[in-house]
Design a protein around this ligand. Sequence first.
Ligand code: FES
Ligand SMILES: [Fe+2]
Length: 360
Amino acid sequence: MSYLRTAWYMAGWSNELGPNDQGSAGFTREICGRRIFFYRLQNGTPCAILDRCPHRFAPLSLGTREGDMLVCPYHGLGFGPDGKCTRNPFSDRIPAAATIPTFAVEERHGIVWLWGGEPDAADPALIPDFSFVPDAPGWRTITGYTLMEANYEYGTDNLLDLSHIEFVHKGSFAGQGVIFAGEHSVQQDGDTLHSNWWMPGIAPPSVAQGVFPPDAVVDHWLEMRWNAPASMRLNIGVCPHGAPREAGFELPQAHILTPANEHQTHYFWSSSRPNETDNVQLDEILRAMFRQAFDEEDKPLIEAAYANIKANLQAGGDFWAEKPLSLGIDQGGTRARRLLEKLIAQEGAGENQTATHKTA
Ligand code: FES
Ligand SMILES: [Fe+2]
């Protein structure tokens, strides 16, 4: 399958890289079908290198570190952070072609981002804003991760259509029918999509329990922002009915999907709150609730739905060939699929032009 190359993919949380000191272990993650090792240099700079020695393909991540040199665990070839072989224990000569692909990587707001294309073309200005993720005075964020056995665009469908809350999350977020009372709108701003639900004049949703009395009348919004390939931010807001939004509260969440390969997806999530920021017990209660919602409610359903068509996809079909019904509520996911197709096609056209130009 084709992946968008000129985009930033979330590789992991910063704390997976370990601290800013020598010998932090780093982590390996498959992204777009490539197993990549992420680690820190001694000066703290994050690096990304294909986790495959060019000799007999051992993972460098299983090796040792000498300063900033990665030493292969199998026969001891050493590689610098630029992927070039710098040591051959069997000869003074460095073998030709002893170079490992490296990738552009950026660490921002507690997230490690991988650029999907040529490192020289990496543009950090294109990283979507997730500045709410790190803990800040008066704010506490919990994070989580799960691996989904489904293509990442099927996860996007789920997140851009929050009407599923009413059916899938009866055991956690308890929709209470509020979605049906609301208006759904999808807007595109450049290459950013917004899939928004606005639910005015309703009883306080579960997220507002304890903030508003049960008999209060409130306005409630769920606003999902999407950036390619599948990096989403959800703002969950509640305010007194008719009041400015600032009179209530808004809780931001990250929902970031990264394709491991065509059939598996890394799902990273976070949730921030402005209350009881030092309450570690509350952290655990919320973590358990989100795990139930994402791991036990969303994930099995998305995986089961995907399993229903996976064989057709493997036989060469695609999502559209399955003739999915449109219910309107799925407009956000549909727009995201179309936009991603367009961006990937544009990349292909650009590369063809470049190739034509080069050969002219
Ligand atoms: S596999 Fe790495 S040196 Fe042989
Ligand atoms: Fe869900």
